[in-house]
Design a protein around this ligand. Structure first.
Ligand code: C2E
Ligand code: MG
Ligand code: MG
Ligand code: MG
Length: 288
């Protein structure tokens, strides 16, 4: 009986695998269509100064509006795009779109705005990556100082020498680089001083529990101290509450990103956000 049970569980498991695989294949096909039919678009989440909420930059986040399935999260489709190699094409489109938009914002008077773009590991290590970056900057006329790339620590640690080379070239071009989801991968801390980096992004999972969990609070404090000693800017992602903000300010975190200040927004909403922040900064000053 036990064997039988085990057997049927195995079949169930096989079926599940087959289904997952099919869903992936379906999605891969849909993604190819999506690119041609312009179902992808970018939203932008503001990053602000922790002290007063002034805009410091934005992060481009890709969105997929599927005609039948509705909204599909990037957390779901980006890994599949990676698996199939489609991320190279989609990633280039994202980079182009983000740079074009940032250039447009500059022309509209939002001067000095820095835009961060997420770069997947495969894309980062791809042979044509640096050329793609160069091409997109030329095509859009965006000054490289206003482009920041967000990379997760895993890729840097797996491919240390190749990553160092790429990071150095990006740095020489004047781009900024930040480590995304910092603290969730296995960083070898000594590499942090050899990589030319600008910023560490503390992962949301630590921020979630900053007011309730002593261990997470210690980790955050340690990351902030580490960043200061390495002369890196430190930003916390996923900040939703005033109490989280207060704790991060106390520890000296430079920048904040999260629903507390703003969800990701459409490009034409950025001016409204800036004006709203200016008003709240003015009232802060008046109340002092
Ligand atoms: P990420 O780069 O760490 O981006 C942060 C994610 O947290 C975003 O989710 C953002 O909307 C969400 N978030 C920010 N603040 C808050 C908050 O206060 N509360 C909550 N609950 N969530 C918050 P999103 O846009 O769904 O993206 C998920 C992940 O998908 C990203 O994580 C990134 O790894 C990947 N991704 C998104 N866009 C792109 C892209 O253009 N290219 C690549 N390669 N990956 C992308
Ligand atoms: Mg990111
Ligand atoms: Mg992140
Ligand atoms: Mg994250």
């Amino acid at each position: 009986l036990a064997r039988r049970n085990g057997g049927s569980q195995l079949i169930e498991f096989d079926n599940e695998m087959a289904e997952t695989e099919k869903r992936w294949l379906d999605m891969e096909v849909d993604m190819r269509v999506a690119q041609n039919k312009q179902q992808f678009y970018l939203m932008y989440q503001p990053k602000v100064a922790s002290q007063n909420g002034a805009l410091r930059g934005v992060e481009a986040l890709v969105r997929w509006q599927h005609p039948e399935k509705g909204f599909i999260s990037p957390a779901e489709f980006i890994p599949i795009a990676e698996q199939s190699g489609l991320i190279i094409e989609i990633g280039e489109w994202i980079l182009l779109q983000a740079c074009r938009q940032t250039k447009q914002w500059h022309e509209q008077g939002i001067k000095d705005l820095v835009c961060a773009v997420n770069i997947s590991p495969l894309q980062f290590l791809h042979i044509g990556f640096l050329d793609t970056v160069e091409k997109v900057l030329q095509q859009t006329g965006l000054d490289p100082h206003f482009l920041e790339l967000e990379i997760t620590e895993g890729v840097l640690m797996h491919e240390v020498s190749k990553s160092t080379e790429i990071l150095e070239q990006l740095h020489n071009k004047g781009l900024k680089v930040s480590i995304d989801d910092f603290g969730t991968g296995y960083s070898s801390l000594s590499y942090l001083k050899t990589f030319p980096l600008d910023k560490l992004k503390i992962d949301k999972s630590f921020v979630d529990n900053i007011t309730s969990d002593d261990a997470d609070r210690s980790i955050i404090k340690t990351i902030i101290d580490l960043a200061k000693h390495l002369n890196l800017i430190v930003i916390a992602e996923g900040v939703e509450h005033q109490s989280q903000l207060a704790q991060l300010i106390e520890y000296g975190c430079d920048e904040i990103q999260g629903y507390y200040f703003s969800k990701p927004i459409m490009p034409d909403e950025l001016n409204t956000f800036i004006n709203q922040q200016k008003k709240s900064i003015a009232s802060l000053v008046n109340n002092q």
